[in-house]
Design a protein around this ligand. Structure first.
Ligand code: ADP
Ligand code: MG
Length: 560
């Protein structure tokens, strides 16, 4: 039986496709500029193997020209152009990517720079335009052609005059409606903004004629004159592709500000270039101050994600573990498999490899900050230490080793924050435990009777002043084989056998008195005993079991 072809309402299909893949209209410009960049790349690749072609960087560019009077936006490129057949197959067939075929045909293994692959980006133009006109002259061809479509019922194709090789795409921008605004796509500042946002690192200049005012040269009365000049809008070479040795701290700080990663200054930057089984570049920052919404639900973690210099995602959360959610910055990789809208990723394998790698780098950077730039580390810890503690508490199994070295607590001896490693390394030989005391503030803990005996022994005590501290420590349990012990726990592990016996005897001798006291305090205490831990105070409370007095307070305060 003869097979029948499916029929499709192409106008409806096109509309459905365009509107369902892109979440924002403005990306139409990203798509057209990406195509123009691909077209120039193709000349570049051809020149590599064809001696009659020279690739002179200066003669290749992309130009964006709005015209408010005609309501048109024109994107011109000096790329490879399209023949009549190419116009038909590449623009006349939805989901046909000439760029993908080009990569395959020319066996460009290293052709990561060519962006196109799905054959749908071009049609994004119809999100903002009623009519799209493409005039193109292909490299090596004598004729130029005009392709035109309203996106509805096909397209027309005719011979036209065009001097130079390349492509000129003109969009007739839609009229505003009650619900939808299109005028912005004719505004110079808005177009600049979109170019900067998505296409800043396209390797060829994206030019615009920019109007402005400036002081008249020979005028004494500060007269202004109008001027119009051609400017290159994009930065072209991304800072992350530059050599670290070429860059100064100021360059990194400027990038941080330009990108509005924060309104503060970065405390530290991390520039990563990995070229192995996974390939990516990243510039990460540890901010100096806590963002105002950091410890709230509104805060969104994530890094900017670029695929080959083109922005894909503003905040890719999967790239950062929660305990490093304060890190800002960007990642650029050639190896991501994007979905058709190029807004999301198809498989997260590469991404999770990159994330893992990034996590390690951040940790190492923090460790080296701690070791070599203590003051900076203390600043960092003041802003984000709480998050590290939450990390220890939440992701305990996996990240215990990763994070415990980054913890710091106030020390009774040093009168400042110390690490667990510092504590353990100066423990006297007879000390069995890492002692800690919990309380609202350093001053309050200083006055606790429970600290006396431990301090008297000459042992250092860590002060836990935040709710999370003790919970985090309970997760670690021990550090370098030394267990943690609260100074308010029943058995401090300090008394020797001799004095333990003595205490026991004294307890027995005074049994009657203690029973009497216990009876009076009935529901309030479990036991009344003689204690050896007191010096200047007559009495103190101690905890029995795992939950300390402070933890009990917090647990009781929690809503059920
Ligand atoms: P993709 O870029 O994913 O291939 P598009 O729909 O954006 O898909 O473009 C389809 C094809 O049209 C491209 O692969 C390319 O062959 C061709 N094309 C589009 N724009 C241009 C241009 N400015 N110059 C040359 N060829 C172009
Ligand atoms: Mg494209």
């Amino acid at each position: 039986m003869a097979k029948k072809q499916f029929k499709a309402e192409s106008k409806r299909l096109l509309e459905m496709m365009i509107n369902s893949i892109y979440s924002q209209r403005e990306v139409f410009l990203r798509e057209l500029i990406s195509n123009a960049s691909d077209a120039i790349d193709k000349i570049y690749y051809k020149a590599l193997t064809d001696d009659s072609l020279t690739f002179d960087q200066d003669s290749y560019y992309i130009k964006v020209t709005p015209n408010k009077d005609n309501r048109t936006l024109t994107i011109t490129d000096t790329g490879i152009g399209m023949t009549k057949e190419e116009l038909e197959t590449n623009l006349g067939t939805i989901a046909k990517s000439g760029s993908l075929s080009f990569k395959n045909e020319n066996e460009i293994k290293d052709g990561h720079d060519i962006i196109g692959q799905f054959g749908v980006g071009f049609y994004a133009a119809f999100m903002v335009a009623d009519v799209v006109t493409v005039v193109s002259k292909a490299l090596g061809s004598d004729e130029a052609y005009k392709w035109e479509s309203t996106g509805a019922d096909g397209y027309t194709l005719e011979v036209v005059e065009k001097e130079t090789v390349g492509t000129e795409i003109t969009l007739k921008i839609k009229e505003n409606t009650e619900d939808d605004q299109y005028d912005e796509f004719l505004e110079e500042y808005r177009l600049k903004e979109i170019i900067k946002k998505y296409s800043d690192f396209i390797r060829y200049p994206i030019k615009m004629d920019v109007k402005g005012q400036r002081p008249k040269a020979d005028s004494e009365e500060n007269e202004l004159e109008e001027y119009e000049e051609e400017q290159t809008i994009n930065s072209m070479v991304p800072i992350w592709r530059k050599n670290k040795s070429e860059l100064t701290d100021e360059d990194y700080a400027n990038f941080y500000q330009e990108k509005r990663y924060g309104f503060d200054k970065p405390l530290k930057h991390i520039h990563i270039s990995v070229d192995g089984t996974i390939r990516y570049n990243a510039i990460l920052y540890i901010p100096e101050t806590t963002p105002f919404d950091y410890y709230s639900k509104e805060y969104e973690k994530g890094l900017e994600l670029y695929s080959n210099g083109v922005l894909i995602m503003n905040k890719c959360a999967d790239l950062l573990p929660d305990y490093f959610s304060f890190v800002k910055g960007m990642v650029d990789s050639e190896d991501l498999s994007l979905n058709i809208s190029r807004e999301m990723l198809q498989h997260d394998r590469q991404l999770s490899l990159i994330a893992k790698n990034i996590g390690k780098k951040i940790k190492n950077e923090l460790k080296s900050l701690l070791k070599n730039e203590r003051e900076k580390y203390e600043k960092f810890y003041k802003s984000f230490g709480r998050q590290i503690k939450f990390g220890v508490y939440n992701d305990f199994g996996a990240n215990k080793d990763l994070l415990q070295d980054l913890l710091m607590f106030h020390s009774s001896k040093e009168k400042k924050q110390v690490t667990l490693d510092e504590y353990v390394s100066r423990m006297p030989e007879d000390q069995k435990y890492i002692y800690y005391a919990t309380g609202e503030s350093i001053e309050r803990i200083d006055k606790l009777p429970q600290t006396e005996l431990v301090a008297d022994k000459g042992y250092e005590i860590l002060y836990f002043t935040e709710d999370i501290d003790e919970f985090a420590i309970k997760m670690i349990m021990s550090y370098k084989e030394k267990e943690f012990k609260s100074v308010s726990s029943g058995d401090l592990g300090i008394e020797d056998e001799e004095s333990k016996k003595q205490t026991e005897e004294e307890n027995n001798e005074n049994k009657e008195l203690f029973d009497y006291m216990k009876n009076i305090l009935k529901d309030k205490v479990k036991d009344v005993r003689i204690s050896k831990r007191l010096k200047n105070h007559p009495v103190c409370l101690t905890a029995d079991g795992e939950v300390t007095i402070e933890m009990e307070k917090i647990l009781n305060a929690m809503p059920d």
